[in-house]
Design a protein around this ligand. Structure first.
Ligand SMILES: [Ca+2]
Ligand SMILES: [Ca+2]
Ligand SMILES: [Ca+2]
Length: 244
């Protein structure tokens, strides 16, 4: 116990030293103390006033006593009001716009970002590799990752964002020489007029391969047509008529 009394004595002496501007009224020998100090019981020393303990500090949140005064501070998540050092304002962690591609939500001690589609990470600044997931594009498309998004590169005949929509090729009139167009899933066909062949009815058919000329006639293939040179005694386009 004696040790504590000595410490209190030392502490009181230090506090008194710090109040060296104390004025002593010579007539009464009573200390008149500076603001923040008050005379001790003997009225010979000025000791610090603990404003926090006396609740005279007016700090909105946290009070810390100092020798000759006090200091206000704020709890976690708050900062000192620049217009009034006694008060604290909630810290706006979103003020610096930390979410690069997302919406910021202010929290108690930090912020959280809700990322836009295609972005991830604490600050929504990292690309999502959509192609790493299965079936992002339909089987008719090749997935290509891009920064913040992705694209599907469609094979011919397919379109749409994920390449699951048929292209109506007939809208572009691909069939030549009077051929009629029929659209199909992922493709189309041209129904060609006689003599015309190829996907778009723009190529010659060698009709002679199917032996159209009868009765020993000679078949001559021609561009988009053919001719039969009949043996003696036969006539008609295909030499299928007997000559009289
Ligand atoms: Ca991406
Ligand atoms: Ca089609
Ligand atoms: Ca021909």
């Amino acid at each position: 116990m004696g040790k504590y009394i000595i410490w209190i004595f030392v502490l009181t002496s230090l506090l008194a030293v710090s109040a060296t501007d104390s004025v002593t009224d010579n007539a009464t020998s009573i200390c008149v103390c500076k603001a923040g100090f008050s005379p001790d019981q003997t009225k010979t020393l000025c000791i610090d006033i603990d404003e926090c303990a006396r609740h005279t500090d007016n700090c909105q949140q946290v009070c810390s006593n100092t020798i000759g005064g006090f200091r206000c501070s704020c709890q976690n998540g708050y900062e000192t009001d620049p217009n009034n050092p006694l008060n604290c304002n909630k810290i706006d962690y979103c003020k610096t716009s930390p979410c690069r591609h997302g919406q910021c939500q202010n929290g108690v001690y930090s912020y959280t970002c809700s990322c836009n589609s295609g972005w991830q990470g604490i600050n929504c600044d990292k690309d999502v590799n959509e192609c790493a997931s299965a079936n992002v594009c339909s089987p008719k498309g090749n997935c290509i990752n891009t920064v913040g998004s992705y694209t599907c590169e469609c094979i011919p005949g397919w379109t749409g964002q994920i390449c699951n929509e048929d292209v109506d090729e007939c809208l572009a009139n691909p069939c030549r020489n009077g051929g009629r167009c029929r659209n199909g899933m992922g493709s189309y066909i041209c129904l060609c007029n006689a003599g015309y062949g190829g996907v778009n009815c723009d190529q010659d058919i060698n009709e002679c391969l199917s032996n159209p000329c009868h009765n020993g006639a000679t078949c001559i293939n021609m561009m988009f047509s053919f001719s039969c040179y009949c043996s003696p005694g036969y006539t008609g386009r295909l030499c299928d008529l007997v000559e009289y």
